[in-house]
Design a protein around this ligand. Sequence first.
Ligand code: AFP
Length: 337
Amino acid sequence: MDAKPSKPVTLDRFLVERQRLFPAATGELTRVITQVGLVAKIISNHMRRAALEGLRGLTGAVNVQNEQVKKLDEVGNSVFIEAFEYVDIVGALVSEEMEEPCILSPRESGGRGKYVVLVDPIDGSSNLDVDCVVGSIFSIRELEGTVEESILLEGTRQVAAGYLMYGPSTILVYTAGDGPHSFVLDDEIGEFVLDHETIRMPDNGTILSANFGNYGKWTKPARAFADRVMSGGPEGYSLRYSGALVADFHQILHRGGLYFYPDERERPEGKLRLIYECAPLAMVAEQAGGSATTGLRRVMEIRPERVHQRIPFAIGSRREIESYGAHYASGEPPRPN
Ligand code: AFP
């Protein structure tokens, strides 16, 4: 059971103490995760003040995903760039909002860029103008060779990953291969403090999260799985779909269950982006004892072909993922129990 700390432990202290467990640690990864904490504080402040500062609505621009850019998408993206542009150990930033990586401290010109940070600055943008929960997703990889060579590698090559959630409280969840751990922002001291250490996802659960409005577009295996779980079996699923993957995943991380955004007949690649949405959350899920699949493949083993590549995606408790995968592997298997 994930441990609740007896006295407030700040993110900074937790990272430094954790670092001592890894003799080879240089403190550089700690520095990068600390900057992610700074990003969370700044974005959550913008979220709270969006209506007051005219930050709702569209910019009028369209991004590389062919989506209309929200003002807070742009703000979120700039906050990530500003947080890392002066941290010379980060060589580049890749973002859902930018066609090309933003080169920050290139080695070619003497930069010490050791890492590349990959982000979905605002996950759940469609929730922004109606003040529903949104998040940010991040992944940290070592810069080995060119930026492109470093990011088009399997999810197993991530050195750390996690997400930020801007809801009733502001939450930061990360894993650096020893987690995941969650922190809540204490506005009184302006610091993240430890909330749950070494979170374990239940092996099965009752949260079911998918956009059932797309049911008719889904391919047969996804519809077969949905038919099976919706036919009122012993699992007794509860449908929870917020429009923000981060919020739905956070619930499943603690309560168990399954989120899926499957392949559709007209969109076999699905909607969600591999390297800055799916792979980071897959790392968090696996660290917590859960799993993530396309239906046919373990997400962490997929080698990306393009920066903004999409994949069919399912993430959650081990038992639910096994059942979901079995519908893809061979049609109608027994229920998860
Ligand atoms: P946006 O960030 O573009 O709103 O997309 C959010 C998301 O990637 C994921 O967070 C949601 O679960 C999913 O897409 C919502 O997609 P639908 O609106 O098609 O259900």
